[in-house]
Design a protein around this ligand. Structure first.
Ligand code: NAP
Length: 268
């Protein structure tokens, strides 16, 4: 089982490791993939649409990163299997998995959510994260150890108007994180999550562009919208030797939004 290096300067290095990042063509996934290449990992980048994915991979390769782009839909079993097979054939190892691809197919109250939308949001945000983790575990990590990062959300912690179906999947993802960490820790596999607040990506554009979203951001302790690169440092901490003794946790990266309500209530 890996331990933190005695010299802290080595602790964020991923030299010699291989990673698979889903949803890596833009937004938070691309920022994490970029950080992993900068830390020295070979990175397999996955997303559904090949053109955007290949452009993102070309950008990281031009900056010196070792990357492979594989178009895949994580909600399909055959795509998940092909992804892990391609990653292992290319890198001969798979030390890191980042389950970042996410969906939010419906806006509105739970009273009106349709069964198809409920199934889809669970398929991408929860089911795919479990079964991709299972594939990586069986194919490599159970024998060699590894680190898995699930991209959750601040919405996992608080009911969030109009996206509560999505928020239920992220709360379940946090518990999946703890359950997998508990099962796989003895094999040297750490499983953690990060929970972003509002981040400026196409995924949440309707939220951060709205007057309500702007008010929400401006009243946060750090009163600005998050940027995808704001998640990269937290991801690297949890995936690198610097995080060797951290497992089963979800690190909230939200500019302090979650403490806002406690602050407004005051002490006691
Ligand atoms: N932005 C926020 O404010 C925010 C806040 C909290 C949590 N998050 C979480 O952060 C994660 C990333 O979101 P983001 O904001 O970076 O979104 P984004 O900019 O829209 O990027 C989403 C990425 O996921 C890919 N993707 C979507 N569905 C996929 C599927 N079924 N299979 C494979 N790839 C898929 C997309 O590419 P293709 O379209 O080509 O597949 C794209 O690369 C999500 O899990 C989201 O829930 C975001």
């Amino acid at each position: 089982m890996s331990e933190s290096p005695a010299d802290v300067r080595q602790s964020l290095s991923l030299a010699g490791q291989a990673a698979l990042v889903t949803g890596a063509s833009r937004g938070i996934g691309l920022a994490i993939a970029r950080a992993l290449t900068q830390a020295g990992a070979a990175v397999v980048m996955a997303a559904r649409k090949a053109p955007g994915l290949e452009a993102a991979a070309a950008e990281l390769a031009a900056a010196g990163g070792r990357v492979l782009a594989v178009a895949a839909n994580v909600s399909r079993d055959q795509d998940r299997r092909r992804l892990v097979e391609r990653a292992l054939a290319w890198a001969s190892r798979l030390d890191i998995l980042v389950n970042n691809a996410g969906a939010n197919p419906s806006y509105g109250p739970l009273a009106e959510v349709q069964e198809a939308a409920w199934d889809k949001v669970f398929a991408v945000n929860l089911k795919a994260s479990l079964f991709l983790s299972q594939l990586a575990y069986r194919a490599w990590m159970a024998q060699h150890g590894g680190a898995i990062l699930n991209v959750s959300s601040l919405a996992a912690y608080v009911p969030t108007a109009r996206i509560n179906a999505y928020s239920v999947t992220k709360a379940a993802l946090n518990h999946l994180t703890a359950c997998l960490a508990s099962e796989w820790g003895p094999q040297g596999v750490r499983v953690n999550a990060i929970a972003p607040g509002l981040v400026q990506t196409s995924f949440s554009q309707a939220l951060w562009e709205s007057p309500e979203g702007r008010r929400r951001i401006q009243s946060n302790p750090l009163p600005r919208v998050g940027r995808p690169q704001d998640l990269a440092g937290a991801a690297l901490l949890l995936l690198s030797p610097a995080g060797s003794f951290i497992t089963g946790q979800c690190l909230i990266v939200d500019g302090g939004e979650i403490i806002k309500e406690c602050g407004q209530r005051g002490a006691a």
